[in-house]
Design a protein. Structure first.
Length: 333
C-alpha cells in the first residue's frame, strides 16, 4: 500500500503534532525533504518502461494460480469481475467515509511537502479534502485509516483469494480476533494484526516516496475514485541492498531511487482498477487527481523468505514499532 507508506504504511520515523484547523500554515518554515529531483519529469520519462506487471482477468486469480505462481508478480485487474470483491456505489465519497467511521475518529495524516505527520479528526480532514484545489495551501494524505470494526467494513469485501491465503484469517486464533471491539489501531487494545482493510484518501499532487510495505506484506489495492501512478522496483538482492542504503543515507529527497536500481516500471491505475503488489516490491506512489482507495495487507505462506528478508531490513533500518506489522513475531512463531 502507499508508505503505509501508501499501501500503510510509512517506513521512516516522522514528527507528529496535533492539527489546528485555525492555524495559519502559510508562513511555516519548511526545512525538511525539499525534493531536488523533478517529479513531473519522472511522470513523463520513458526510462521506467521495464515490463513487470501482468494484466489479468479476475476469473483467473484463483487459489490454484497462487499455488503455481506464489504471488510474486504484480497484477492489475481492469475490472472487479471475477475477483469476488464488493465496493460501495461509484459515487461514494470521503464524506460518506466520515459518516461510517465517525467524524471524531482520529486519523494519521502526512504532510507531503515536509513528510511530517499530524493528527486530524475525520471531520477536519474531510473539510480539507473538500476544499477546492486552488485553495489548498498544503498537501495532506491519509494512507493508514484501518476501518475494520466500523460501519464502513460492511460495504467492502476483499478478493476471495486474499481471504483464502491471509494468515490473519487462517493462522491467528479466531477467539482473539472475535474479542476485538476497538475500531482504532491502538496497539494496547489490539487483539490481532489489524491491517486487513485500509481506506486511503489523497488529494491531487500527493506523493509517497519509495517504500516496502511493512513486514514484507503483500497488498490488494482498489482505486474506487480517481487515479494513481506507481513506480515499481523488483525485490532482487542488489535492489534491496540499494534500497537499504538509500533509506539509511537520509538523502531520500535528493535521489529518485528508480534511477539507481536494476529495472523500474511506471504504471497508471485508472478508476476501477484493482492492483496486487507482491511481498518485498519497492514502490512510490503519485496521485494525479483526488483519489479514494480501499486496500489491505496480508502475510501468506507462498513467499515466507521474502517476508522475513523485509522484516530484517526493517530491523537494520530501525523502523519505529508504530509503523511495523503488529504481532509479527507472534504471527510467525
Amino acid at each position: 500500500m502507499e508508505a503505509h507508506a501508501e499501501s500503510g504504511r510509512r517506513l521512516r520515523r516522522i514528527t507528529r503534532r496535533m492539527y489546528d484547523e485555525n492555524e495559519d500554515l502559510s508562513d511555516v518554515e519548511e526545512i525538511t525533504n525539499i525534493r531536488s529531483f523533478n517529479l513531473e519529469e519522472k511522470l513523463k520519462s520513458a526510462s521506467y518502461n521495464t515490463n513487470f506487471v501482468v494484466m489479468m482477468d479476475g476469473k483467473d486469480f484463483t487459489y490454484e494460480y497462487v499455488q503455481k505462481e506464489a504471488l510474486r508478480i504484480p497484477l492489475i485487474f481492469k475490472t472487479k469481475d471475477g475477483l469476488g470483491i464488493r465496493m460501495p456505489d461509484p459515487d461514494f465519497n470521503v464524506s460518506e467515509v466520515k459518516g461510517l467511521v465517525g467524524s471524531r475518529r482520529a486519523v494519521d495524516v502526512m504532510d507531503v511537502s515536509t513528510q511530517k505527520g499530524t493528527e486530524m479528526s475525520m471531520a477536519q480532514f474531510v473539510r480539507y479534502y473538500e476544499t477546492p484545489e486552488s485553495e489548498r495551501d498544503k498537501l495532506f494524505n491519509v494512507i493508514s485509516l484501518e476501518f475494520s470494526h466500523t460501519k464502513l467494513e460492511n460495504l467492502i469485501k476483499r478478493p476471495i483469494v486474499v481471504d483464502l491465503v491471509d494468515w490473519v484469517d487462517n493462522m491467528w486464533p479466531q477467539h482473539l480476533k472475535e474479542k476485538q471491539t476497538e475500531a482504532t489501531n491502538a496497539i494496547a487494545e489490539m487483539k490481532y494484526p489489524k491491517v486487513q482493510k485500509y481506506c486511503l484518501m489523497s488529494v491531487k499532487g500527493c506523493y509517497t516516496d519509495f517504500h516496502i510495505d511493512f513486514g514484507g506484506t503483500s497488498v490488494w489495492y482498489h482505486v474506487h475514485r480517481g487515479e494513481k501512478v506507481f513506480w515499481l522496483i523488483p525485490p532482487t538482492p542488489p535492489n534491496l541492498v540499494l534500497y537499504e542504503e538509500w533509506v539509511l543515507s537520509g538523502k531520500q529527497s535528493d535521489v529518485f531511487l528508480g534511477d539507481r536500481v536494476e529495472g523500474c516500471q511506471r504504471v497508471e491505475l485508472k478508476q476501477g482498477y484493482t492492483f496486487f503488489i507482491p511481498s518485498g516490491w519497492i514502490h512510490a506512489v503519485y496521485t494525479p487527481e483526488d483519489a479514494l482507495v480501499f486496500g489491505g495487507n496480508i502475510l501468506h505462506s507462498f513467499n515466507i523468505p521474502m517476508q522475513l528478508t523485509i522484516y530484517e531490513i526493517e530491523n537494520r533500518t530501525k523502523v519505529h514499532a508504530k509503523f511495523r506489522y503488529p504481532f509479527y513475531y507472534e504471527m510467525c512463531w
